[in-house]
Design a binder for this molecule. Structure first.
Ligand code: GRF
Length: 199
């Protein structure tokens, strides 16, 4: 199966997928990596693995819809079976969702529907929750609102800082992403309303 991965940042989730895909039994290959900015570590990881990359910046387009069209066209060129947002910090638009809405997944570092947005661990700590975690889901038109594929829980400790909790979540988040991307591509999936099922 063909994976296109979108990144904005350090790309540790991307790296986990690249490492898993090195084993043919995994059943998926990262065929391209896209980003919304230059110079991210994620793009360097892709280059180091010999994976082609593309960059589309919102500010290079007069309208955000034009950026979305350009992104959609680049992703489509690689004919992905699954598109993975791995720390991609842009909301895609209508064209992208029309093309990939049934096969575009994102990983979020909180237990949705609690703490959507870009500060999941910070917001969870501020709220005083005792467990936190990561959520893998199919992207829809909202912010972290789509049908949930899987969730994983970690404890919150009394001495946690945003950094320690973020790191604890990221470890399990990576494993969850790798496991479920493998299952999805090997088994196939159905989405009925909000229910995601492996075939
Ligand atoms: C992940 O924890 C994800 O939940 C959040 O950003 C992080 C991406 O990290 N949105 P990386 O770029 O894969 O290292």
């Amino acid at each position: 199966a063909r994976l296109v991965v979108l990144v904005s940042g350090s790309g540790s989730n991307l790296q986990a997928l690249l490492d898993a895909a090195a084993d043919p039994a995994y059943g998926a290959q990262v065929v391209a990596v896209g980003a919304d900015r230059d110079g991210t570590v994620g793009l360097e990881r892709a280059a180091a693995a010999g994976v082609p990359t593309f960059v589309h910046k919102v500010k290079d387009h007069a309208e955000r819809a034009d950026w979305d069209k350009a992104l959609t066209a680049s992703v489509a060129q690689y004919k992905p079976d699954l598109v993975v947002s791995a720390g991609f910090l842009k909301l895609v638009g209508d064209d992208f969702l029309a093309a990939f809405g049934d096969r575009y997944i994102n990983t979020h570092n909180a237990l949705l529907p609690a703490f959507p947005g870009i500060h999941g661990p910070r917001d969870a700590l501020a709220y005083g929750v005792k467990v936190a975690g990561a959520t893998l889901f199919f992207v829809d038109g909202g912010v972290d609102t789509g049908p949930i594929i899987a969730q994983v829980v970690v404890p919150v400790t009394d001495d946690d800082t945003e950094e320690t909790l973020t790191e604890r979540i990221k470890e399990v988040e990576r494993r969850q992403l790798v496991e479920w991307v493998g299952r999805l591509v090997r088994q196939g999936w159905t989405i009925t309303g909000r229910k995601v099922r492996l075939k």
